[in-house]
Design a protein around this ligand. Structure first.
Ligand SMILES: [Mg+2]
Length: 130
């Protein structure tokens, strides 16, 4: 398990702190960005194994940023899991349409969250091996 690098893009510092703490505990290497601009700068020099994308970001929102990343050949293969606070019907579909590879609703369940992430990374590595 673990050792993978995960980029968390989250503007709410309380959520970010919680997500970081839970994932750091699992041994992941973490990169963090508070908005799309910071994320794009980080992605110029880093290629994380996974991106956790808050959909509700100030400025360029998570759906828009996902589209930007999926249209760029340097970032299009990085899997993205959408995180959204709104239990809004249709959010999951919007996330998928934008190119997100998975979806987790907030507030995160601190027990389930790391399981979801490790299952996702496991699925990815199995897909890559095929
Ligand atoms: Mg937000």
């Amino acid at each position: 398990m673990s050792g993978e690098t995960i980029l968390i893009i989250e503007d709410n510092e309380i959520n970010l702190r919680l997500e970081k703490a839970v994932l750091k505990n699992q041994g992941y290497n973490l990169l963090t960005a508070l908005d799309a601009e910071q994320a794009l700068l980080i992605l110029k020099n880093n290629k994380p194994h996974l991106i956790l994308m808050d959909l509700q970001l100030p400025g360029i929102n998570g759906l828009q940023l996902t589209k930007i990343l999926k249209e760029n050949h340097q970032t299009k293969n990085i899997p993205i899991i959408a995180l959204t606070a709104y239990a809004m019907k249709g959010d999951k579909e919007l996330a998928e349409a934008a190119g997100c590879n998975g979806y987790i609703s907030k507030p995160i369940d601190t027990r389930q969250f790391p399981k979801d992430i490790s299952n996702f990374l496991l699925q990815l590595s199995e897909t890559t091996l095929k």
